[in-house]
Design a protein around this ligand. Sequence first.
Ligand SMILES: CC(C)(COP(=O)(O)OP(=O)(O)OC[C@H]1O[C@@H](n2cnc3c(N)ncnc32)[C@H](O)[C@@H]1O)[C@@H](O)C(=O)NCCC(=O)NCCS
Ligand SMILES: Nc1ncnc2c1ncn2[C@@H]1O[C@H](COP(=O)(O)OP(=O)(O)OP(=O)(O)O)[C@@H](O)[C@H]1O
Length: 204
Amino acid sequence: MIIGVTGGIASGKSTVARAFAARGIPWVDADEVAREVVAPGEPALTEIAEHFGCEVLTPDGGLDRRALREIVFADAEARQRLERITHPRIRRRLAAHLERLQAQGAPYVLLVSPLLFESGQDAMVDRCLVIDVPEETQIARTAARDGVDEAQARAIVAAQMSRTERLARADDVIDNSADEAGLAAQVTELDRRYRAAVGLPPGR
Ligand SMILES: CC(C)(COP(=O)(O)OP(=O)(O)OC[C@H]1O[C@@H](n2cnc3c(N)ncnc32)[C@H](O)[C@@H]1O)[C@@H](O)C(=O)NCCC(=O)NCCS
Ligand SMILES: Nc1ncnc2c1ncn2[C@@H]1O[C@H](COP(=O)(O)OP(=O)(O)OP(=O)(O)O)[C@@H](O)[C@H]1O
């Protein structure tokens, strides 16, 4: 069984994934795979440089993530162009990672992705778990963690599915508006339900 874990920027997906991992559940991170597909030498990086120009490359030939971020979150067409280059490659790699993890015999596995619904990755999973927080909390946590300014944080939130639409597509929801202790209790309960769904006894 594959559980898709999604939520907007800084909603708490990685924090939730770490809590599941502490209970023996492995995860694949779409943001991490998105970095792998644009590493130096990868065809996606060549395509990005051809389309966006050398200004999105660092002097040593890597991707200048900040420069590209400033372009794509100010221009929906540019963002769609970037997604056409990266998303099919991200999907293929995610499928390979998930297959490998499942072959290792985990009770179930997580696919953690900010764009689970937007990019059609939900077709790869059995259930969708949404991490829900108010937008203002997302903005505050993004600014505190990534040091991006408030306008950029708002532009990123605006480029993602709305909170209402995401919740409408959820099978399960974690409310992460309170503290991390509240989060851990919700993870424990979901882990118990997911294990039961695959015919296993509750974990620790
Ligand atoms: C634009 C890029 C270079 C910015 O890199 P940067 O290091 O600043 O941010 P990072 O990759 O850590 O992403 C931070 C967050 O931005 C949001 N985000 C990223 N890409 C997108 C997008 N195309 N649409 C909406 N939100 C996005 C996600 O919430 C993500 O967690 C990078 O995000 C990217 O290559 N995006 C396209 C690939 C993609 O869609 N990734 C999302 C995972 S499927
Ligand atoms: N319940 C909480 N209370 C306070 N801070 C929290 C809580 N949950 C997460 N955070 C903090 O908010 C920030 C975002 O959390 P996290 O990195 O887990 O989100 P994410 O959804 O994985 O983000 P992204 O997809 O943008 O990388 C982190 O700095 C994290 O420590």
